[in-house]
Design a protein around this ligand. Structure first.
Ligand SMILES: [Zn+2]
Length: 67
């Protein structure tokens, strides 16, 4: 048994994972994004939500308050 893996081309699947930032095809190196930039964008957006107070407050119906 050889542990050599046969070289095969990158699997290109239609409808596969796409970059959540721009919707482009995901590059394995930058998963789950297509590039480092998109990863940074998403990260900053994520952090931004933490520090930024949302203007649109979700109007929760009364009686659904969690302790
Ligand atoms: Zn992208």
């Amino acid at each position: 048994m050889s542990d050599e893996t046969p070289s095969r081309p990158e699997p290109v699947r239609v409808g596969g994972p796409v970059c959540p930032t721009c919707g482009g095809p995901v590059v394995a190196r930058y998963r789950p994004f297509c590039s480092r930039r998109c990863g940074d964008v998403d990260l900053h957006r994520w952090l931004g939500e933490v520090y930024r107070v949302p203007t649109n407050e979700p109007d929760l119906p009364p009686g659904q308050e969690a302790e």
